[in-house]
Design a binder for this molecule. Sequence first.
Ligand SMILES: NC(=O)c1ccc[n+]([C@@H]2O[C@H](COP(=O)([O-])OP(=O)(O)OC[C@H]3O[C@@H](n4cnc5c(N)ncnc54)[C@H](O)[C@@H]3O)[C@@H](O)[C@H]2O)c1
Length: 273
Amino acid sequence: MSKELAVFGLEGKVAVVTGAGAGIGEACARLFAKAGAAVVLGDINVEACERIAAELNGQGLQAKAVRLDVTSEEDWAALKQTLVAWKNRWDVLLNNAGIYIGGMLENNTSAQVSKINQINIESVFLGTRAAVECMKPGACFANGGSIINLSSIAGLIGVPGHSIYGATKGAVRSLTKHSAVEFAKFGYGVRVNSLHPGLIETAMGDQALQDFVDIGVVANVDEAAALLKSAMIPMGRLGNVQDIANAALFLASDASSYVTGIELTVDGGFCAA
Ligand SMILES: NC(=O)c1ccc[n+]([C@@H]2O[C@H](COP(=O)([O-])OP(=O)(O)OC[C@H]3O[C@@H](n4cnc5c(N)ncnc54)[C@H](O)[C@@H]3O)[C@@H](O)[C@H]2O)c1
């Protein structure tokens, strides 16, 4: 492969993907491994990660499964030890793990807000801190890196039933920009960008469609999908996990070496319309 095209790959890099046991995280972990990275798949569902890692290793790729509850400082510390022992390197962090809690704002509870803040925002802070502590000059690996945070179009625009979820994704967008500028100004060699998917066909995507039914926007999930495709998504289809993995690979690779602090929407034109 020519040098110009090789920058789109991840040969020689070590990538950590959170929430890698299903959906978008699984697709990103698989693509990163195919692109040449040694990939650590972290999730609370460690059995799923072990199954995917065994499959990737069976294909001659490099993968390792770990239990990583993204809200646990102890799990992030253990991850660092795993990286030291495995490849003694860390180049890419995909902060992907997250949950969706929908409903009309007046029906949401403080307990729901605390829970979603912890899993969708605090986790991104913990992961970013763990990564930068390893990647910056003078740190244990000190090879710089790329951090990619999964936000959502709900972090950019208003959507019925998405208030508390969208608020966490807006915070992820903001954390991305602040950390990107801070790390660039201080010469850390660590880029930080956010990805903003539209509705993607995963378990969480199904949950979001069901929520449009539950709050009374449409009668059933088929109607919800049809409404999105016909009236809201210019490209006329829902997104799939590969759409997001492809964009994540660009941000992870050296092809985006002059890109930091951006919000990359991958939404079939939803936010442009
Ligand atoms: N699917 C969509 O339509 C969509 C749209 C925009 C943004 N996103 C974002 O993309 C990311 C992935 O979404 P998805 O659709 O693949 O979700 P998903 O529900 O299909 O998968 C999420 C994964 O995260 C894991 N997870 C949950 N809590 C965790 C924790 N505390 N620690 C570690 N792992 C945990 C789950 O076990 C699961 O494997 C999320 O941040 C989500 O908010 C999704």
